[in-house]
Design a binder for this molecule. Structure first.
Ligand code: SF4
Length: 389
């Protein structure tokens, strides 16, 4: 903190040096990051007085904006902003974040879009892989049990706000595992270090993450109550720098086992309804006809015979796998009801399993009671007409 006039002069000197670098660098001239930093510096009386000439030069260097932020390894305006935050926090906090697109909340979970993938809702672990995009692909493929959501995180302001709001909207999440590479830039975004600081220290009255060293660790779109609830809801397991998949899967497994259960102080705005499904009561016949399914072990094929509802064989579809068969069935419009398609999918999966394992297969009847009298005697599979059973 620059708490003496000598220290303030140090801050001014640091800001001057960084501004001069940006003014001299063409890449900064069309950059939103440079523009926003200069506008923020102009808010500070302390800086305005001493650096009027540099600020004017900086503004005259502006060109039509081409990008929000290049994420440069060393971002001079960001260093200037960090010096301002120390010397004149009110002015630094009065400005917006690094320029990024606005996001709007949607119904369901997670409410905010981002660089993540949902694996399941009722699971206790959220995995944040920071800037390790290739690790993310391998984790998604492994889809370990206990993992609810996994994603990357690139910024210490809007990115962390999304983590907070998406986690708060799912009370099942109780552990946040942090791994992967934090930004390599020495003076760029440091979302990992900022997230650790947030969970350890919280935010100050302006929403600045206490102890965060990133570019602009300012949370403006979450309330102090939301931050406090987030800190109570999740425990942090910190493995910044770890990218070894096997180790991360172990950590997820252990973390899931230590979950204390759903967070009871979950905020009321959760939008996901849990419905207990009941057995279907009615069976409505598909006007397109019915199927007889069987595995043909001799030829290593799944066979589906399609009959019209008056019991006439219409076509036979054969395939090596259930997706091959159902894609052909759908492509030929042999199924026109969703419940019938679901039933067929289940039977194809069972037949495929029997083909692979040699287990016996008997076609199950479709669930529910038929509404109309079948044309001929009901078959074993419940399709309502002759199906060979
Ligand atoms: S990110 Fe920073 S250093 Fe890079 S172009 Fe933008 S303002 Fe300049």
């Amino acid at each position: 903190m620059y708490d003496s006039s000598e220290n303030k002069q140090e801050a001014i000197a640091a800001i001057r040096t960084q501004l001069t670098q940006s003014i001299g660098a063409k890449k900064c001239h069309p950059c939103g990051c440079f523009r926003q930093s200069v506008e923020t510096l102009l808010l500070s009386e302390m800086v305005r007085g001493d650096l009027a000439k540099e600020l004017e030069e900086a503004r005259s260097a502006f060109e039509p904006q081409k990008y929000d932020c290049l994420g440069c390894a060393v971002c001079w305006p960001a260093v200037a902003m960090n010096a301002l935050a120390e010397a004149d926090p009110d002015s630094a906090n009065a400005a917006a974040h690094c320029p990024t697109e606005d996001v709007s909340e949607r119904l369901g979970w997670p409410p905010l879009p981002g660089d993540y993938r949902v694996l399941r809702y009722r699971a206790p672990v959220a995995l944040c892989m920071l800037n390790s995009e290739d690790l993310a692909a391998r984790v998604f493929e492994a889809a370990p049990e206990g993992l609810a959501i996994a994603g990357t995180l690139h910024t210490e302001n809007l990115g962390i706000e999304r983590v907070i709001r998406n986690v708060l909207a799912n009370p099942n999440i109780r552990v946040l595992v942090l791994c992967g590479e934090d930004t390599v830039q020495a003076i760029g975004h440091l979302p990992g270090q900022s997230l650790v600081s947030l969970l350890q220290n919280g935010t100050d009255e302006q929403g600045r993450i206490i102890g965060a060293k990133g570019k602009r660790p300012l949370l403006k779109n979450v309330t102090a109550d939301q931050v406090a609830a987030f800190r109570r809801q999740v425990s942090l397991i910190e493995h910044i720098g770890v990218t070894d998949l096997a180790r991360i899967l172990d950590v997820i497994h252990e973390s899931a086992g230590s979950s204390p259960g759903a967070f009871s102080e979950a905020p009321p705005e959760i939008t996901v309804e849990a419905i207990r499904a009941e057995e279907p009561r009615k069976l409505v016949l598909d006007p397109a006809g019915f199927f007889v399914v069987y595995p043909d072990g001799r030829r290593d094929l799944i066979v589906v015979e399609h009959y019209t509802n008056n019991g006439v064989l219409n076509v036979i579809v054969e395939g090596k796998t259930s997706p091959a068969v159902y894609a052909e069935v759908i492509g030929r419009n042999l199924v026109t009801r969703l419940d019938h398609a679901a039933y067929l999918g289940r039977e194809l999966a069972r037949a495929e399993r029997a083909l692979r394992t040699g287990e016996p297969y008997v076609q199950d009847r479709a669930p529910g009671e038929t509404e109309v009298e079948p044309v001929s005697a009901p078959s074993k599979c419940g399709c309502g007409a002759s199906c060979g059973e």
